[in-house]
Design a protein around this ligand. Structure first.
Ligand code: ATP
Ligand code: MG
Length: 233
């Protein structure tokens, strides 16, 4: 199987996440996308709601998509969780499967601040998705990018994989621009529909008692209302 792993705080999940996951699924020919909402950070002063709420909202958001799954690997644990540990666990759980770690270019550029980034970039290939306000081309400035990936692409084009491309109308993965990571893994640049939506903006709208309609699924909007989330008291 070809799996996409999509981590995030999802505080709350919104249509930017969902459409991005859907387009990454199509463009990378993934069988499933596994959403992994993070655990609750230990510091109480943040505006991150409990992981049980964020997990429940992602569950509601993906309910209508049979190719989307939610994992409680992080949300089910107490305290802060780290992607590097999660990817190690998922590697063990799905030993024979191809794994792509999906993240926005904003998140990829923050990688040096993450826990054990060198190890992390060795655990899966990366799918770096576009996001309004950030340039996909900036990924070359990341310390974890080693260089362009032309050799591999040429080999694939002249080899067997080209035949499969012709029989399938979907673009082949190798048609995506890719870079070689310092770890030896590959990082694919995946342009997706530019939806300028962020959880931060949604939280601000709720605080100001303004509408959040059409920025996220109705089921999630209802959940937020029911549980009175993100209202500053
Ligand atoms: P916040 O404003 O709280 O940081 P967010 O909208 O950035 O929330 P996250 O949970 O931080 O959402 O993001 C999870 C992943 O989804 C990250 O890799 C991020 O880059 C990506 N992402 C979030 N929103 C979008 C979007 N509108 N388009 C593309 N990628 C997105
Ligand atoms: Mg973010």
């Amino acid at each position: 199987m070809r799996l996409g792993i999509f981590g995030g705080t999802f505080n709350p999940v919104h249509d930017g996440h969902l459409r991005t996951a859907e387009e990454a699924r199509y463009k990378l020919r993934l069988d499933k996308v596994i959403f992994v909402p993070s655990g609750t950070p230990p510091l109480k002063e943040t505006d991150t709601v409990a992981s049980s709420h964020r997990f429940a909202m992602v569950k509601l958001a993906v309910a209508s998509n049979k190719d989307f799954i939610v994992s409680d690997l992080e949300a089910g644990k107490q305290g802060k969780t780290y992607t590097v540990d999660t990817l190690r666990k998922l590697r063990k759980e799905f030993p024979g499967d191809v794994m792509y770690f999906i993240l926005g270019v904003d998140a990829f550029l923050e990688l040096p601040k993450w826990r054990q980034p060198e190890e992390l970039t060795g655990l899966a290939d990366f799918a770096i998705v576009s996001r309004p306000g950030f340039r996909l081309d900036d990924v070359v400035n990341s310390p974890y990018i080693k260089g362009a990936d032309t050799e591999e692409v040429n080999r694939e084009v002249s080899g067997k994989k080209m035949i499969r491309t012709l029989a399938d109308s979907r673009p082949a993965v190798h048609q995506l621009r890719s870079y070689r990571l310092a770890s030896g893994r590959r990082a694919f640049l995946v342009p997706v529909t530019r939806l300028d939506i962020s959880s931060t903006d949604i939280r601000h709208l709720i605080e100001q008692k303004r509408s959040i309609k059409y920025l996220l699924p109705l089921s999630v909007e209802r959940y937020i209302k029911k549980h009175k989330l993100y209202l500053k008291t």
